[in-house]
Design a protein around this ligand. Structure first.
Ligand code: ADP
Ligand code: MG
Length: 256
């Protein structure tokens, strides 16, 4: 097995059989507030601190100040890392970002080359999609982003916001609404909120990982100091990724 790009997230690397494949583009899809930006930051920080792989967060939505503040609450001094060149933050617009992907002399291309960027997080594809006026343009945006990142030999995480109905039976309408992004990328992680006995949990699963084996189970995760920690799997429930799981009949007290 070739070298993997480790996420540094306990439990997740194990689910990915070591990490992402080098130069792959992985989609992280989930509801607002579930932990997508946190997962992306953790991937970049781990790369910078442990793997000597400089990273870039391209954000269309959050000001660096608010990212610094959120990161600090998780124990990460993002500003220090930025000053040392390990993790850079680029606040830009989807228009500027897409245009600069194709021009070798653009500030983005310069930044990637000058700093030897190896890991990139795009927050988010959902924003980039707002530029597209047809299904065809949506697919074109997806292909432009993924191809440009591969050309630069970068391992990337693309974030995308989706309602909390991460049912594995993704509807055709949902797939089309994002220009078949799930098919273009090399890997897909689904994140969701799950209600069990009136308590909200967070859950994640690896939907696909091209060219590699991966765990098929749905596991709980928590966000706290140090970032995301992947815990045990949901047992005795089905329909977990619908957000409202059912206890398996064999485990229900009334039918036992
Ligand atoms: N220090 C912290 N301790 C516990 N939970 C936190 C902490 N910081 C952030 N979170 C949780 O992470 C969530 C935000 O995650 P975020 O990665 O921004 O979500 P997304 O990008 O998917 O919208 C918050 O809603 C909060 O519940
Ligand atoms: Mg976010």
């Amino acid at each position: 097995m070739g070298k993997r790009v480790s996420t540094g997230i306990t439990g997740l690397d194990e689910m990915l059989c070591g990490g992402f494949l080098p130069q792959s583009a992985v989609l992280v899809r989930g509801a607002a507030g579930v932990g997508k930006t946190t997962l992306g930051l953790q991937f970049l920080i781990h790369g910078a601190v442990q793997e000597n792989e400089p990273g870039l967060l391209v954000t269309f939505e959050e000001f660096p100040e608010s990212l610094y503040r959120d990161a600090r609450s998780l124990g990460w001094e993002l500003r220090d890392l930025e000053e040392r060149g390990g993790v850079r933050i680029l606040l830009t617009s989807p228009q500027v970002f897409l245009a600069s992907l194709e021009s070798p002399g653009s500030p983005l291309a310069e930044l990637i080359r000058a700093h030897g960027i190896k890991r990139l997080v795009l927050d988010s594809m959902t924003h980039a999609h707002k530029l597209a006026r047809s299904a065809e343009e949506l697919r074109e945006v997806n292909a432009r982003v993924v191809n440009a990142l591969k050309r630069e030999e970068i391992t990337s995480i693309l974030l995308s916001e989706a309602p909390n109905t991460t049912s594995l039976a993704l509807t055709d309408a949902a797939l089309q609404a994002e220009g078949s992004l799930l098919f273009i990328v090399d890997g897909v992680l689904l994140l969701g909120f799950v209600e069990v006995d009136s308590v909200m949990f967070r859950a994640l699963t690896v939907l696909k990982l091209r060219g590699s084996d991966h765990a098929k189970e749905i596991r709980r995760f928590e966000i706290g100091p140090g970032g995301i920690a992947v815990l045990d799997r949901f047992q005795g429930h089905e329909g977990v990724l619908t957000g409202a799981p059912r206890v398996l009949p064999s485990l229900r007290p009334d039918v036992r």
